[in-house]
Design a protein around this ligand. Structure first.
Ligand code: TYC
Length: 101
């Protein structure tokens, strides 16, 4: 076969498939104690005291703070677990998720 006629002219570059990441967002409220928010962040998101305090105080001051990004399933599970931890204590603590751009 004629090599010149059959050789593809464009190289196919396969892009690596990466799952879209989702942000877990901590929402401020007026009722959940600061220390409890820190405890939940440490337990559910494996943060140390300083990391958890900084996320908590940022949400407190600005209204919300991105906690971390995960695949969709993990983000939703962690947000639900964090929200439920507050609910068990009667607090309105809320974690939401949204896809990253
Ligand atoms: N605003 C709360 C308080 O003053 C503390 C708090 C911070 C609650 C962050 C929720 O996502 C939150 N006790």
């Amino acid at each position: 076969m004629n090599n010149i006629a059959t050789k593809p002219r464009t190289k196919v570059r396969l892009k690596t498939q990466r799952p879209k990441l989702h942000k877990v967002i901590l929402i401020n409220d007026d009722f959940t104690p600061r220390e409890f928010v820190v405890t939940v962040l440490k337990a559910e998101f494996r943060m140390n005291e300083d990391q958890a305090y900084n996320v908590m105080i940022t949400a407190h001051r600005r209204g919300a703070c991105v906690v971390a990004v995960f695949t969709k399933d993990v983000a939703e599970t962690k947000a639900t677990r964090g929200t439920e931890a507050g609910r068990r204590k009667g607090y309105p603590l809320l974690f939401t998720t949204e896809p990253e751009e």
